[in-house]
Design a protein around this ligand. Structure first.
Ligand code: NAD
Length: 281
């Protein structure tokens, strides 16, 4: 079974991004800058934000994290986002999710200016993506596509099953797969006979957010399986949405958890920030 690990992919893409950043700086004096907004004290979000900052520095970027307390009002945070939107030194703005309950996601997606929306969540950017003309690539789904590309696993003319339909993973991933000429089956909580549908697929992308949901019953022998899920078990292990070990001898290729899709997301975020900086008028 092929182990679709992120490490060799990141080695290549990080080296390229470091070089491009240095070139941009010497040619134009510009340095990509990422601003991250974190509201509240979610421990996992704190770790993600810290990793984003560390990796941004490794690439030669500048970055900042703006902290708000859990009880911050949407108006306060929006005022901060507006300042960042207007600041020409800021290339990318990311609002770390999940946001506290006083924030309405349907409103928040409009806050970051589309030209700085490196998370690709603004409806204008989602529309461009669905039209096949993306301004920015959606971070986790594009990370998945870069993994497949590196391991030369082509979805062209294949059947792909996406388990999950969130705005951050399932829907944009389906759009990217359609763009690569896959035929896409999308499964969600209300899908009857999900296992039977999934077993038709040559490629399976699991983003249900349910630990160890998928096992051999879901997978056609020889299928390629990408596990987007990340969960910490009671004994401190990190597992995905695929039951560990359940696809040995069934799948032809599988992403490990950890070390598969997870680390790709930050890479795409930083590549988007670089593109934003480079294309600035
Ligand atoms: P979400 O909870 O927003 O969406 C889950 C989706 O799965 C929903 O559309 C739901 O209908 C579907 N679903 C839930 N249970 C199902 C079931 N039993 N059968 C079929 N469909 C079902 O989750 P999300 O934000 O899309 O994240 C999914 C997983 O990916 C989580 O484990 C999350 O931690 C992980 N994730 C990883 C990264 C990364 O960087 N690697 C990024 C985002 C999310």
């Amino acid at each position: 079974m092929i182990r679709i690990a992120a490490k060799p992919v990141l080695e290549v893409r990080r080296k390229k991004l470091i070089e491009q950043t240095a070139q941009l700086k010497s040619a134009t004096g510009r340095i990509p800058h990422l601003s991250v907004i974190l509201v509240g004290d979610d421990p996992a979000s704190r770790i993600y934000v810290q990793k984003k900052g560390e990796t941004a520095e490794l690439m030669g970027f500048t970055h900042e994290t703006i902290l708000f307390p859990e009880a911050a009002t949407p108006a306060e945070v929006l005022a901060c986002v507006k300042k960042l939107n207007e600041n020409p030194a800021v290339d990318g703005i990311l609002m770390q999710r999940p946001l506290p309950k006083q924030f309405n996601e349907k409103d928040v997606v409009f806050w970051v200016a589309p030209e700085k929306d490196v998370d690709c969540l603004h409806p204008e950017n989602v529309g461009l993506l669905v039209n096949g003309n993306p301004r920015f690539l959606p971070c986790t789904p594009a990370g998945v596509m870069f993994l497949l590309e590196h391991y030369q696993l082509s979805v062209e003319k294949k059947t792909a099953c996406v388990i999950g339909r969130s705005s951050i993973v399932g829907k944009p991933l389906a759009a990217l797969l359609l763009g690569k000429n896959a035929s896409v089956i999308q499964i969600h909580r209300s899908t009857p006979n999900p296992k039977g549908l999934c077993r038709q697929a040559d490629f399976v992308f699991v983003a249900a957010g349910v630990p160890a949901l998928v096992n051999a019953d879901w997978i056609k022998p020889g299928a390629v399986v990408v596990d987007v899920g990340i969960h910490r078990t009671a004994d401190g292990k990190v597992i995905g949405d695929v039951a560990p070990g359940s696809l040995d001898g069934i799948a032809s290729a599988l992403t490990p958890v950890p070390g598969g899709v997870g680390p790709m997301t930050i890479q795409v975020l930083l590549e988007n920030t670089y593109q934003s900086c480079k294309s600035k008028k």
